[in-house]
Write a protein that binds this ligand. Structure first.
Ligand SMILES: [Zn+2]
Length: 511
């Protein structure tokens, strides 16, 4: 195993709760853009080596006498430096070059390790033009969420946050983004989460931070059987594209028909392959309308099922969305729960696939020294300890399995956890707060006070270890008690795994 395959796993839940808060239902018709951005991938010897960025601030400069300010991340999780790599920065207005002073503000902000600010030393007059270059991130650097803009095949992909210097204090409420593909192979396209080609985004320049981006000779699919889905492949994948396309199409259709409340939403799935060993990380901002998944040209130590689970997982985030307040147990727990149950219930995957989905986060929970810590204590650890940070994910997964079983038992199989969640999601889309208090209100109504007490003990306080019933993850997985070794020590702990039931057909046994 190379070191790349042991990098920290994806951080989507953590990130979605910090920087990325926009919801798909928040995007309304955009007004005239105050900022226009054009990105040109620069090619050397067939590879995208750098990006040239040109911006024009046509209006909506800072109000009053406040001079214009720009910012770019110092670095990101998995991307060592960004601001330091920007060269040839030019800011011009009608009065000539705009002098800039620089200030670094280190400190973790979501995935960013801090920001550099470029402050104009005088007031500017629109239009203001900005240009600079930045090299692509080396393919072997980093890992984890694919934020850095990396060369992939004959194209490039990554995130806006990974390379953009942007105005930080304009009053602009709409941004136009386009690509200059003149150095890329004929037929290349450029796209980002919000759209393909020239795209208008509602919101200020920082909306570009949370966009996944991709440009090059891309294979694009808009499957008719799941309207709204767009799948993009860049580079040489280590699997049959048709197989993954079929899986993604059916995943989108299953999530749309099961969770209902979004109809058949627009969703862009970007899949890039790098010329390095595979580390199938993917990340999508919560409710963000898309994700970028990264592989190598071989799957290496990863299985195809693990990659497919990641496809379903990232897509499920779009429907799960956010919980107001600290919500890793909900955002990641529910996403993981859906990824480990819906594919089997709906005939998309077999029991071993779903067992993998349950036992990954579930096993991490049982084996963690922090399994009985409170969420507050876990939050205090921050993002420094991956094993501890992931405990709420497994805790949430097991908890949703438990609640689903309780709801089914109470209703004689007529009502499950998705049935109680859909109206809560509809409320959220109307602006009603979805938080732990709303969850408790639902529990009280559906299952009574003991369920509220259990939620507080097992999820919030963590004092009660969660042991869902044997059939909590469907009739084709069965619970097995195991003695496990605690992470980071030789201490033995009691835990559980869910194993496939031989010959079981989940669809036949559905209630
Ligand atoms: Zn996730």
């Amino acid at each position: 195993m190379s070191s790349l395959s042991t990098v920290p796993r994806r951080l989507c839940g953590l990130l979605s709760l910090t920087l990325f808060a926009a919801a798909p239902w928040a995007s309304a018709a955009a007004p005239t853009p105050g900022l226009s951005v054009v990105v040109k991938p620069l090619v050397t010897n067939g590879k995208v080596e750098a990006l040239e960025v040109r911006q024009i601030l046509t209006k909506d400069l800072p109000a009053g006498d406040t001079p214009l300010r720009f910012r770019a991340p110092l670095g990101l999780f998995g991307v060592k430096t960004i601001a330091d790599k920007i060269t040839g920065l030019s800011v011009l207005d009608a009065n000539g070059p705009v002098p800039l002073t620089i200030e670094n503000k280190p400190g973790q902000v979501g995935p960013a390790t801090g920001f550099r600010y470029w402050q104009a030393a005088r007031k500017t007059v629109a239009p203001v033009t900005v240009s600079y270059r930045i090299p692509t991130q080396p393919a072997t650097e980093g890992g984890g969420p694919p934020y850095g803009m990396k060369a992939s095949g004959q194209g490039v992909s990554g995130s806006g946050l990974g390379f953009l210097l942007l105005p930080a204090n304009t009053t602009s409420t709409a941004t136009r983004f386009d690509w200059d593909l003149s150095e890329l192979p004929r037929g290349s396209i450029g796209a980002m989460t919000a759209g393909a080609g020239a795209t208008l985004l509602a919101g200020g320049p920082s909306e570009l931070d949370s966009q996944w981006m991709l440009a090059g000779p891309v294979q694009v699919h808009d499957p008719a059987s799941s309207p709204g889905l767009h799948v993009y492949f860049l580079g040489q994948q280590p699997f049959d594209r048709a197989d993954i396309l079929d899986f993604a199409t059916r995943s989108h259709a299953i999530l749309a028909s099961s969770l209902k409340y979004l109809g058949t939403p627009e969703y862009r799935l970007f899949i890039r392959s790098l010329d390095v060993p595979s580390y199938a990380t993917g990340t999508g901002r919560t409710a963000g309308g898309g994700a970028l998944l990264s592989t190598g040209t071989t799957l290496g130590g990863q299985s195809l099922d693990k990659f497919k689970n990641t496809v379903f997982h990232e897509m499920a985030h779009h429907w799960v969305g956010d919980l107001s307040g600290a919500g890793g147990w909900f955002v990641e727990g529910l996403t993981t729960y859906l990824s480990a149950t819906l594919p089997c219930e709906q005939g998309l995957a077999d029991a071993p696939f779903c067992a993998l989905g349950v036992n990954g986060f579930g096993g991490d929970y049982y084996r963690s020294p922090a399994r009985n810590w409170s969420l507050e204590r876990i939050d205090g650890i921050g993002s420094g300890d991956e094993n501890t940070r992931r405990v709420p994910y497994g805790r949430g997964l097991l908890y949703f399995g438990l609640v689903n079983s309780q709801l089914l038992a109470k209703s004689q199989g007529r009502r499950n956890v998705i049935d109680v969640l859909i109206p809560m999601f509809v409320d959220r889309s109307k602006g009603i707060r979805l938080d732990e208090a709303a969850w408790e209100t639902m529990l009280l109504r559906e299952l009574g006070q003991p369920a509220v007490d259990e939620f507080r003990a097992s999820v919030i306080e963590g004092s009660k270890t969660i042991v869902p019933p044997s059939d909590a993850f469907g009739p084709c997985l069965t619970r097995v008690a195991l003695t496990m070794t605690e992470i980071g020590s030789s201490r033995k702990v009691e835990g559980y795994e869910w194993r496939p039931v031989a010959g079981c057909n989940p669809r036949k046994n559905r209630t």
